[in-house]
Design a binder for this molecule. Structure first.
Ligand code: SF4
Ligand code: SF4
Length: 463
C-alpha cells in the first residue's frame, strides 16, 4: 500500500484536502494546471492578512500553509493524462509544461521591465496587463516568475529572436533550453478531484452594455478590485477615473446559495468601505430554500437594499455615470436610476478541460459537466470509481462551508486507501481493513460518519 494521495486542483477544496492529508503523515501530490496555486480565488488565498481567510466565519487554507508543508509535492502547469491501477495502488501519469524560470528567481522584476510582449492578466480578470514573463500577483505561490510561451517572442529551442529577459537576469533563473513539457509518474492510493469551477465568458453580459463603459464590471473583475493584491490594493475604485463610487448596483444572475454567498461577501466589502448606496437586484425565483437568509445575516449590519427585479437597460451617460432602467417585481412601471458602478454576475460552469480529466479518471459527469457525486459514509464524495473522491465545486456549485466540509470528508475517505507515515505526521493515523485510525483511535465506519457530521455541524454553526 502506498503512502500517497493525488489531489487534482489547487483551489480552496484541493488545498484543504491536501493540508488535512499531509498533517496526518500522508504524502500528497497536488497538481494544478495554472502556474500558481489558488484556483478562482488565487489572489485572495495568497494574502496572509486577507479577511477571506475567515470567510463567513470559516478558516480557508492559505498558499503559505501549502508552501510550509513538507509532505506536499506541488506540481504546477500540470495535468493528469493517464491513471492506471485500482484503489490503493494507482499509477498516475502527469504531463507538466515548462515554466522556463527556476527556483533561483528572486522576483527582482528586471525581466518584466524589459519584456516587450504584453497580454491581459487572467489572474486579475483581465483588468490589468502583464508581460510574457510575469508573476500573476503579489505573494503568488510558487513565487518564481513564469514565461507564457504563447505570448513570448521565442519558440524554444529552435527559434529565439529575443533574449532581453535572459540578459538582465543576474540570478541566471531563465532557461529556454528546458523541454517544453515532461511526463512524470506518481503512485497514489486514492485520488481527490477538486477541479473547481469557471465562470461563463462575458458574452452573455453584452446585452447589459458590458464592454461599453469601464464601470460596468463582471463580478470576477470586481473581485479583483476588492482584493488586497488587486490593482487598487483592495479599495473599490471606478476604473474610468479612479474615484470611489457612491452608488453601486449589484445585479445577480440567480439566487442560488453560491450566488448569494458571492454577493454577500462582495457587498460586505463594499459596505465596509462606506459606499453610501448599494442596491442588489435579484431574480424572483429561487430553488434552494431561502438563500437570502444567509445573505441578510451577513449583510444585516449594513444598509444594503435588496430589490426583486430584472435589468432592462444600462447606458453610459455624462460624468461617467450609468443610467439603469429595471423592472421591479409586482410594479407596473419600470424604474430609472443613475449609478457610479454596476457589477454583473455571470453563470458558473464546470472547470475547462474537466471532461478530459473525467475521461482519464474514468469517472462519470452529470449533464452540466460536473462530477456525478454519490453518497459516502457521512458525505457526498463518491465518484463512479472506487478510490476516487470529489470535493468542492467540481461536483456543482456550493458555498465555502460546503466546500471545506466536503474537502475534509474526501481527505478522511482517501485515508482508507493509504499507509500513512507516522514519522512524517503532525497527527498520526494508521489505516487498515477495519477502518481508519485518527488521533490514535481506530474509527469504525459509524464513527467516521459521526466525525464528518460533527465537522459539518461546526462549520454550519460558524455562519
Ligand atoms: S526571472 Fe530573473 S530577472 Fe526575472 S524576476 Fe526572476 S530573478 Fe529577476
Ligand atoms: S524572451 Fe520572451 S519573455 Fe523574455 S523578454 Fe523576450 S518576449 Fe519577453
Amino acid at each position: 500500500m502506498t503512502d500517497s494521495v493525488l489531489v487534482i486542483g489547487a483551489g480552496v477544496a484541493g488545498m484543504r484536502a491536501a493540508l488535512d492529508l499531509a498533517r496526518h503523515g500522508i504524502q500528497v501530490v497536488l497538481i494544478e494546471r495554472e502556474p500558481v496555486l489558488g484556483g478562482v480565488m488565487a489572489s485572495r488565498l495568497s494574502d496572509e492578512e486577507e479577511s477571506f481567510s475567515f470567510a463567513h466565519g470559516v478558516e480557508v487554507p492559505k498558499t503559505q500553509q501549502i508552501a510550509a508543508q513538507k509532505n506536499i509535492e506541488v506540481l504546477t502547469l500540470a495535468e493528469i493524462v493517464e491513471l492506471a491501477g485500482t484503489a490503493g495502488d494507482f499509477t498516475a501519469t502527469i504531463r507538466q509544461r515548462a515554466r522556463f524560470v527556476t527556483d533561483a528567481c528572486t522576483r527582482c522584476r528586471h525581466c518584466h521591465t524589459v519584456c516587450p510582449q504584453v497580454a491581459p492578466n487572467q489572474f486579475q480578470a483581465g483588468i490589468t496587463l502583464r508581460k510574457a514573463i510575469y508573476t500573476p500577483f503579489r505573494d503568488a505561490f510558487p513565487s518564481s516568475y513564469v514565461i507564457d510561451i504563447e505570448t513570448c517572442l521565442n519558440n524554444p529551442p529552435n527559434y529565439m529572436p529575443c533574449q532581453r529577459c535572459v540578459e538582465v537576469c543576474d540570478d541566471k533563473a531563465i532557461h529556454f533550453e528546458m523541454a517544453a513539457e515532461q511526463q512524470l509518474t506518481r503512485k497514489a492510493g486514492a485520488v481527490v478531484v477538486a477541479t473547481g469551477f469557471a465562470v461563463e465568458g462575458s458574452g452573455e453580459l453584452d446585452r447589459y452594455g458590458y464592454g461599453s463603459h469601464p464601470d460596468i464590471l463582471s463580478y470576477m473583475e470586481f473581485e479583483q478590485l476588492i482584493s488586497p493584491v488587486g490593482p487598487s490594493g483592495g479599495f473599490v475604485e471606478k476604473l474610468s477615473n479612479s474615484t470611489s463610487p457612491e452608488n453601486v448596483l449589484y445585479v445577480m444572475h440567480d439566487a442560488s446559495r453560491f450566488a448569494t454567498g458571492c454577493a454577500a461577501a462582495q457587498c460586505d466589502k463594499m459596505a465596509d468601505q462606506e459606499i453610501k448606496n448599494i442596491v442588489v437586484l435579484h431574480p424572483s425565483t429561487t430553488k434552494e430554500g431561502d438563500p437570502f437568509g444567509t445573505f441578510w445575516r451577513r449583510i444585516a449590519r449594513h444598509s444594503v437594499a435588496l430589490v426583486e427585479g430584472e435589468v432592462e437597460r444600462i447606458a453610459p451617460i455624462e460624468d461617467d455615470q450609468l443610467r439603469v432602467r429595471y423592472k421591479e417585481a409586482n410594479q407596473p412601471l419600470s424604474t430609472t436610476e443613475d449609478y457610479d458602478m454596476v457589477v454583473l454576475t455571470t453563470r458558473a460552469k464546470a472547470s475547462p478541460g474537466f471532461s478530459k480529466t473525467a475521461a482519464v479518471l474514468g469517472i462519470e459527469h452529470n449533464g452540466f459537466g460536473f462530477v456525478r457525486a454519490g453518497q459516502t459514509i457521512g458525505g457526498i464524495n463518491a465518484t463512479s470509481q472506487p478510490g476516487i473522491y470529489v470535493a468542492g465545486c467540481a461536483s456543482g456549485l456550493k458555498d465555502v462551508h460546503e466546500t471545506i466540509a466536503e474537502s475534509k470528508s474526501a481527505a478522511i475517505h482517501s485515508m482508507r486507501h493509504v499507509q500513512a507515515r507516522a514519522d512524517k505526521a503532525d497527527t498520526p493515523i494508521v489505516t487498515g481493513h477495519t477502518g481508519v485510525m485518527i488521533d490514535g483511535r481506530w474509527l469504525t465506519d459509524e464513527q467516521i460518519r459521526k466525525r464528518i457530521e460533527s465537522i459539518l455541524l461546526n462549520l454550519m454553526q460558524a455562519t
